[in-house]
Design a protein around this ligand. Sequence first.
Ligand SMILES: Cc1cc2nc3c(=O)[nH]c(=O)nc-3n(C[C@H](O)[C@H](O)[C@H](O)COP(=O)(O)O)c2cc1C
Length: 252
Amino acid sequence: MIVLENQVLDTLFNHRSIRNYQDKKLTNHQISQLLQAAQQASTSQFEQQFSVISVTDPAKLQVIADVTTYDLVKNAGHYFLFVADQHRNSQILKHIDSNVDTTNLHSTDKLLASIHDVDLALQSMLTAAESMGLGGVIMGSIYNDVDKIIDTFKLPELTFPVLGLALGYPDENPEIKPRITSEIIHYENEYNDQIDYNELTNYDNQVHAYYANRKHSAREESFTHHLMHDLKQSPVRKGILPALKRQGFLKF
Ligand SMILES: Cc1cc2nc3c(=O)[nH]c(=O)nc-3n(C[C@H](O)[C@H](O)[C@H](O)COP(=O)(O)O)c2cc1C
């Protein structure tokens, strides 16, 4: 546990994903506070281009568990599906003027804006949850079968599932995963292509020690080994681009 000068930094610096939860649901009050935190995040052009689906139906949680291969979904205190959403604004605009041309909402620009909105809202929610003594994990593994997610949650044109977020009362206390030294990722005024491989080796050793010493599923692993392993993983999920186009995005 790192002790810091204020509670926000304390929460941020002590982040780690939590994948095991006590058998205890979040209250409506907690859920509404979490949504408020998510909604107060910055939002591209003040257009609030995201939606959040609370997944409470056990059959739908099972679909997510099957798609993601994570059973933890069913044990979480609450599960949120975050959706990039230009559909709602399209509806609102058509309500105001039934002849309005909403072509612009199909652009790459608007897709990126809605994904930015999701990511910022979701991270705010996760940090808020952690500040409340909860823990959680972001889940990109919904992309294993994005069509199934779109169908299950009846996602209309101009929406796209971006990430899941499982939250709950922690039933584990994992170590904090070390991050790469900021010298490697922070540059001044221009991109620095010269990687300090000595620093990288130090970081690899840190990650190796983290995996070797951690209480749950200790293993032989380093950052560079992980990168190489991930690169060679196959098959890469291929359904994402066609699904984005089917949902009406990336028209130009
Ligand atoms: C976009 C995104 C998708 C992720 N998807 C998954 C996932 O599907 N399953 C999972 O267990 N963790 C997932 N994670 C969590 C990362 O594995 C985790 O943040 C990373 O290993 C660092 O560990 P930490 O969060 O404990 O510091 C995801 C994180 C992000 C940002």
